[in-house]
Design a protein around this ligand. Structure first.
Ligand SMILES: CC(C)(COP(=O)(O)OP(=O)(O)OC[C@H]1O[C@@H](n2cnc3c(N)ncnc32)[C@H](O[C@H]2O[C@H](COP(=O)(O)OP(=O)(O)OP(=O)(O)O)[C@@H](O)[C@H]2O)[C@@H]1O)[C@@H](O)C(=O)NCCC(=O)NCCS
Ligand SMILES: Nc1ncnc2[nH]cnc12
Length: 282
C-alpha cells in the first residue's frame, strides 16, 4: 500500500516536472527586455522567428519534458534520453518550419528533468547541487562518450574554433554557469527586491557576462561575444536591476544587439534552466 502511494506521489510530481519545465521556458520567452532575444514585444535580432514560433515549439515539446522525467524515474540509460531528445528536436523543427528555437533547452533542461525524475522516484531531495550530481553520476560518462560521435553543428564548430565551453561542456562541468551565476543571481536579486521580473533580467545579464555563448560566437565571432560580455558587465557594475534606470540601460543593449545581429540564445537557455531548477526547490 505504501509502495502504491509512493508511486502515485512520484507520478504526480513527474507531471509537475514536465509542466514546470514548459512554464520556465514560457517565463523566459515573455521576459522583456532581453538583449537581442525574442519576446512578446519584438523579435530581437531574429528575422526568421517570433514569439509565435517559440509558442509553437513549446506546444510541440509539452510531452517531452514529462517523458524524459519519467525515463529518469526508471533510471533509463543515456541512449534512451538521447532518443527522446532527438525525437523532441524533430518535433520542434516540424512545428517551427525548420527553425531551431529550443535545441539548447531540450538538452540542458531535459537532463535536469531526467535527474529530477530519478530523485523524486527515490524520495531524494531536489536541491540544485544534488540534481546536477545525479546528471553526472547517472549519465556523465555517456554524455562525454556521445560527444565524439555528435554531428557537426554551429556549437561544435564554435567549441573547436574558440575552445569555448558549449552546451555539452557546460553539462559535463556540472553546469557551472547555471549553478554559480544564474541561480545565485535569481535568488539574491529576488531576496533583495522581491520582484521576479527584475530577478530574471539580472540573472540573464549575469549569465551573458560569463557564458561562452556559442550563438554569439556563431553570429559575431570573438568580438560579438566580447561586446555582449563587456556591456553586460557594465550593466551589472552600474547596479544592475537595482539601479533606477535599469530598464533604459537594458534596452540600450537590446537595440545594440539588434543592430549587430547578436542573440545570446545559450544564455536564454541557462536562464530558463535556472527558473526550472528553482521551481523544483523554491
Ligand atoms: C549537445 C547538443 C546541445 C548539441 O550541442 P552543440 O553545441 O553541438 O550544438 P548546437 O546545435 O549549436 O546547439 C547548442 C545549443 O545550446 C545553446 N547554447 C549555446 N551556447 C551554450 C553554452 N555555452 N552553454 C549552454 N547552452 C548553450 C544554444 O541554444 C540556443 O540557441 C539556439 C539557436 O541556435 P542556432 O540555430 O545555432 O542559431 P541561429 O543564430 O538562429 O542560427 P542561424 O540563424 O545562423 O542558422 C536556440 O535554440 C537556443 O536554444 C545552442 O544552439 C544537443 O543538441 C544534442 O546532443 N542533441 C541530440 C539530442 C540529445 O542527445 N539529447 C540528450 C538528451 S537530453
Ligand atoms: N527568447 C529567445 N530568443 C532567441 N533565442 C532564444 N533561445 C532561447 N530563448 C530564446
Amino acid at each position: 500500500m505504501r509502495h502504491v502511494r509512493e508511486i502515485g506521489a512520484a507520478s504526480r510530481l513527474s507531471l509537475s516536472i514536465g509542466q514546470r519545465a514548459v512554464a520556465a521556458l514560457h517565463q523566459e520567452l515573455v521576459l522583456y527586455p532581453k538583449p537581442g532575444l525574442v519576446s512578446l514585444v519584438d523579435n530581437g535580432a531574429h528575422d526568421d522567428m517570433d514569439a509565435v514560433t517559440f509558442l509553437r515549439s513549446l506546444f510541440a515539446l509539452r510531452r517531452y519534458f514529462q517523458d524524459i522525467a519519467d525515463a529518469g524515474m526508471g533510471a533509463a540509460p543515456f541512449s534512451e534520453l538521447q532518443r527522446l531528445g532527438i525525437a523532441a528536436e524533430t518535433r520542434m523543427l516540424k512545428a517551427t518550419g525548420g527553425i531551431n528555437t529550443h535545441r539548447g533547452a531540450i538538452f540542458c533542461i531535459g537532463l535536469l528533468a531526467a535527474a529530477a525524475g530519478f530523485r523524486v522516484a527515490r524520495g531524494l531531495s531536489l536541491v540544485p547541487d544534488a540534481l546536477v550530481g545525479t546528471v553526472l553520476d547517472q549519465w556523465g560518462d555517456a554524455i562525454a562518450a556521445a560527444a565524439g560521435a555528435a554531428p557537426a553543428s554551429h556549437g561544435r564548430r564554435m567549441v573547436a574554433r574558440f575552445r569555448a565551453r558549449g552546451a555539452r561542456e557546460e553539462a559535463l562541468a556540472g553546469f557551472p554557469t547555471l549553478m554559480e551565476v544564474a541561480l545565485p543571481a535569481l535568488k539574491d536579486t529576488f531576496a533583495l527586491l522581491g520582484c521576479a521580473e527584475r530577478a530574471r533580467v539580472q540573472s540573464l545579464f549575469a549569465v551573458m557576462a560569463r557564458l561562452d555563448d556559442t550563438n554569439l560566437l556563431h553570429r559575431g565571432g570573438a568580438d560579438g561575444l566580447a561586446f555582449v560580455r563587456t556591456h553586460a558587465v557594465a550593466f551589472l557594475e552600474a547596479g544592475g536591476v537595482a539601479a533606477p534606470d535599469w530598464r533604459a540601460r537594458a534596452l540600450v543593449l537590446h537595440h545594440a544587439c539588434i543592430a549587430r545581429h547578436l542573440s545570446p540564445g545559450g544564455s536564454a537557455d541557462i536562464l530558463a534552466a535556472a527558473i526550472f531548477v528553482q521551481s523544483l526547490d523554491p
